[in-house]
Ligand binder design. Structure first.
Ligand SMILES: *[C@@H]1O[C@H](CO)[C@@H](O)[C@H](O)[C@H]1NC(C)=O
Length: 632
């Protein structure tokens, strides 16, 4: 692994391509960090570390389970023994006891030897008698359970409990209820067992399973997490369950968020302007120039207002534009501009996350003016965003039939190839787009990134040097140049580029700065010097400029997690979920949030584990920083 844990992958210029890569790259970036970071965590600190920040990460990387190597080495024989024990524990309640008691078939029929057991009689027994009777009753219960006579087993365990409350008896009775699918009863009995023995893994797993059946996913997740922590993530079925439940909890919560998200806000101005500038800008149509006086209460007047507002590139400007395009279509009488207005309204509806409505607007726009190729291109990008490659390709094909000299179509077809890893085809289309119109900077940037992806580092660097020469005022050039330098661990050069990018942002659009270079600089410093506080400061600065920037928020969460500050990390993950735009992104952000939250809850709910957790957490946090300094 040549790249440091926090390095952003060589990715499509964030925000340039189309809405898809923009947003998903936040999580690409994050997942990448998570995967690499976890590897580091495991090799250095062994399994114990999973409890702290890394635990959160671990959940979300199913492909990176703790390898046996990370555990204390077991001999083959020991492994087999452990396996056998696990299997037996699963098959019946006979040996769930932490006492290690072996499952001998009971020879005693309690009815033959025991006196009547009820509240009244039990009160008359000596301690010795209670103990003796309880054991006999339990053994008989196990036998009944083994022959699937659950009501009888329940009766026997109940009597055993009457003699002497014991976590094993409760847990075994819960197993009977489990077999009868009486989930509430399972919860009741396992809870009693856990109250008596808070680290009783089998009871925790049993209760977690019952909660899952009752659709109480958060409770289930909490129990599975506790169980994983207690046995240090050794049991695969439990770690799988944690991942499964995380997804369920996140999906359930996402549904609530999506329902309550109305009216939908536009994403951050950084996102919106990146999205909009991925399509070549067209001059203002005739008759709508600034000096033309139009009434606000006409469709054309609103169109003019909207186009003017878009040029401000601020959050308020974009909101104003979105509303104006809605109104323009209500007023109507747009004449030849109608297709354009549907295109624009659809663009903003898509940005608000109303994908269906947005697609309908693009359909209408194309129907009104089939020669207006940008509507095909935008519809293609929406299809791509929803993962529908075929429809996207078909739209681009249709656009080329209308106009095979439109550089935008080649650029977006290149994007399609790029995000599917087809770099040869992508490079060809970027080049074609450049040949048709070399003034569009993003074709050059993307070509450079594609060359880098293909392993042609020298041509890629040459492309970027040319870009710097020909587009010296464009901040994005420096930003993506910097990302590629960072990927080559050329930290100082990368930082120079990010600084230059910010300088150009300030010079060219002081009121609507893109904060990506600041975040990239934060990651570089974090990676180079493990300097958390400097990195945090830079992200905070980015959030002051653009408070809704999801990438800044996700990066902050990542920085806190890395330091083991899970409460702070949780705050930022929740914020990231609020800012997310598509259902997939919301679920993604919430999974991280829930993983973090559950760990906090486990620490609160199981104070007996807290000391153990604290020790592990501190170790992990220290280790994280150290590892950055040393290994990379
Ligand atoms: C308990 O059992 C005794 C002896 O069989 C019986 O006399 C008594 O009525 C029972 N009490 C209850 C509360 O069932």
């Amino acid at each position: 692994m040549s790249r440091a844990a926090a390095a952003p992958p060589p990715m499509p210029p964030l925000g340039k391509p189309i809405a898809v890569p923009v947003q998903s790259s936040v999580w690409d970036r994050f997942t990448n960090w998570a995967a690499e970071n976890k590897a580091l965590v495991y090799t250095i600190a062994g399994v114990a570390v999973v409890v702290s920040s890394a635990g959160v990460v671990y959940y979300l990387n199913a492909d990176a389970k703790p390898k046996p190597a990370a555990q204390p080495k077991l001999s083959k024989k020991e492994k087999r023994k452990r396996k056998d024990a696990e299997r037996q524990a699963e098959s019946s309640p006979k040996s769930p006891a932490p006492t290690g008691e072996q499952a001998k078939a009971p020879t005693v029929e309690p009815a033959d030897e025991l006196p009547e057991i009820n509240e009244t009689t039990v009160a008359t027994f000596t301690d010795e008698q209670r103990k003796e009777y309880a054991l006999k009753l339990k053994n008989a219960g196990n036998k009944a359970y083994g022959s699937k006579e659950y009501p009888q087993a329940i009766d026997l365990y109940t009597k055993a409990i009457l003699c002497k409350p014991d976590s094993i008896f409760y847990s075994n009775r819960a197993a009977c209820y489990n077999a009868l699918s009486a989930w509430e009863k399972v919860v009741e009995d396992t809870t009693a067992a856990i109250n008596l023995d808070p680290t009783y893994i089998k009871a925790l797993n049993r209760r977690a399973n019952a909660y899952e059946h009752l659709s109480q996913f958060s409770e289930s997740l909490l129990d599975y997490t506790a169980s994983c922590i207690i046995d240090e993530f050794r049991t695969e079925s439990s770690t799988n369950a944690v991942e499964r439940l995380l997804k369920k909890v996140a999906e359930q919560k996402a549904e609530e968020i999506i329902k309550s998200k109305d009216p939908k806000k536009l994403p951050s101005p950084t996102f919106v302007s990146n999205y909009i500038q991925s399509f070549r800008s067209k001059p203002r149509p005739k008759g709508l120039e600034d000096d033309v006086d139009l009434s606000e209460s006409t469709g054309k007047g609103q169109l003019q207002i909207g186009l003017q507002a878009m040029e401000k590139k601020t959050h308020e400007g974009y909101e104003e534009a979105a509303n104006a395009f809605e109104k323009a279509l209500e007023y109507g009488d747009l004449d030849e501009h109608e297709a354009l207005v549907y295109n624009l309204r659809g663009t903003f509806r898509n940005l608000r996350g109303s994908h269906e409505q947005a697609l309908q607007d693009m359909d209408k726009s194309i129907e009104l003016d089939p020669a207006y190729t940008q509507s095909y291109v935008k519809r293609a990008s929406m299809h791509l965003e929803m993962g529908d490659r075929d429809s996207a390709a078909a739209d681009l094909e249709q656009a080329l039939k209308q106009n095979d000299g439109d550089p935008d179509v080649y650029y977006h077809r290149a994007q399609l190839h790029f995000i599917h890893g087809e770099f040869q085809d992508a490079a060809k289309d970027y080049q074609k787009s450049i040949d048709l119109d070399s003034s569009f900077i993003f074709s050059h940037i993307q070509l450079g990134v594609t060359q880098y992806k293909m392993g042609s580092v020298a041509s890629s660097m040459a492309t970027f040097r040319r870009c710097v020469k020909n587009f010296e005022k464009v901040p994005d050039v420096y930003n993506y140049y910097g990302e590629l330098l960072l990927d080559q661990n050329q930290y100082d050069e990368a930082i120079q580029k990010f600084d230059k990018a910010m300088e150009m942002e300030k010079q060219t659009k002081p009121m609507a700065m893109n904060v990506l270079p600041l975040i990239n600089k934060a990651l570089t410093i974090f990676q180079q010097k493990a300097d958390f506080s400097e990195a945090e400061k830079l992200c905070e600065k980015a959030l002051i400029i653009d408070p809704e920037c999801d990438i800044a928020v996700a990066t902050m969460a990542q920085l806190f997690l890395q330091q083991g500050k899970i409460t702070e990390a949780l705050k930022y993950f929740e914020r990231a979920a609020e800012l997310a735009r598509t259902p997939g992104e919301i679920v993604n952000a919430l999974s991280y949030a829930e993983a973090t939250r559950t760990q906090i809850q486990v620490q609160e709910k199981y104070p007996q584990l807290a000391a153990k957790l604290q020790g592990m957490g501190a170790g992990a946090a220290g280790m994280g920083a150290g590892a950055f300094g040393a290994g990379r």
